[in-house]
Design a protein. Structure first.
Length: 224
C-alpha cells in the first residue's frame, strides 16, 4: 500500500483520509539474510532441512537478533545445488530495525562494517546448526543481505516484512481502493502477510473481476 501511494499514484489521486490511513499503518521490522553455498563435507552428518536457533526464549521470537531461521533446501532437493554441494539461507525473521541502516551509502566502509557486525548472529547460528565440521572460510558462496538489500531488490518500503497488524486488534484492508477500477493485492491487504495469504489476495481480486465460472472455463481450456 505504501508503494502504491508513493510511487504509482499521482498526488491527490485519493482522498486524504485514505492517504492518512495508509501512512498510519504500522510496519514490521526488516531482515538480515545470509546465503551460503558449500560442500557437503563442510557440515555434520544427517543435516536437516530446517533449523531454528534461539538465543533466549524469554525475549520472544520478535526480540531483536534473538531468533535465526535456517533452511538448507538442497538436503531435500538435490538439484538445487551442484553435485556434492549445499545451499543455505539463514535470516532474522522480521526483527532487524531499519533505523540502523536508513540513509547509509551501500558502497561505504561504514555499511560494510555494519553488515559484518549484524550478520555475526546468523553465522553463529549456522555454526551451531551445522556442527563443528562447518567452516566459514570453506564456503564457496557467501552473501549477506541487509534491510537496504531487502528494500532495493524486493522494493519493500523501508525493507519491511509487511504491515504490523495484530489479530483481534485490527484487520487488513480489502482489495478495493477509492479509485474505481483499481484494486490492490499483496501482503498489505486481506488476508495478510505470507505467500499463501498473498496468493489468496490475488485470487480475491481475480474473482472480483471475473466470475468463478469463467475461471473454471479458462482452467479447462488450458488443461488444468
Amino acid at each position: 500500500m505504501w508503494d502504491t501511494l508513493d510511487l504509482l499514484l499521482p498526488p491527490d489521486a485519493v482522498p486524504k483520509s485514505y492517504e492518512d490511513k495508509v501512512k498510519a499503518t504500522p510496519q514490521c521490522d526488516s531482515f538480515m539474510h545470509l546465503h551460503l553455498g558449500f560442500g557437503v563435507e563442510n557440515a555434520r552428518e544427517g543435516l536437516g532441512v530446517h533449523h531454528i536457533v534461539v538465543d533466549n526464549w524469554n525475549k520472544g521470537v520478535d526480540g531483536e537478533q534473538n531468533v535465526v531461521l535456517i533452511s538448507v533446501p538442497s538436503v531435500l532437493s538435490k538439484d538445487l545445488a551442484p553435485p556434492g554441494k549445499h545451499t543455505l539461507h539463514a535470516y532474522t525473521p522480521g526483527t532487524e530495525p531499519f533505523r540502523l541502516w536508513e540513509g547509509m551509502d551501500r558502497k561505504s566502509a561504514d555499511y560494510r562494517r555494519l553488515k559484518e557486525e549484524r550478520s555475526e548472529v546468523m553465522w553463529k547460528a549456522v555454526e551451531a546448526a551445522l556442527g563443528p565440521k562447518f567452516s566459514r572460510e570453506k564456503c564457496d558462496v557467501k552473501l549477506v543481505g541487509t534491510p537496504l538489500t531487502h528494500k532495493r531488490f524486493l522494493r519493500r518500503n523501508r525493507g519491511t516484512y509487511g504491515p504490523a497488524i495484530k489479530a483481534g486488534e485490527a484487520t487488513f484492508p480489502g482489495q478495493a481502493t477509492p479509485i474505481p477500477q483499481i484494486f490492490c493485492c499483496g501482503d498489505s491487504t486481506f488476508p495478510g502477510i505470507g505467500v499463501p495469504a498473498v496468493a489468496a489476495s490475488g485470487a480475491i481480486v481475480a474473482n472480483t473481476l471475473v466470475s468463478v465460472s469463467q475461471h473454471s472455463e479458462l482452467l479447462d481450456a488450458v488443461g488444468i
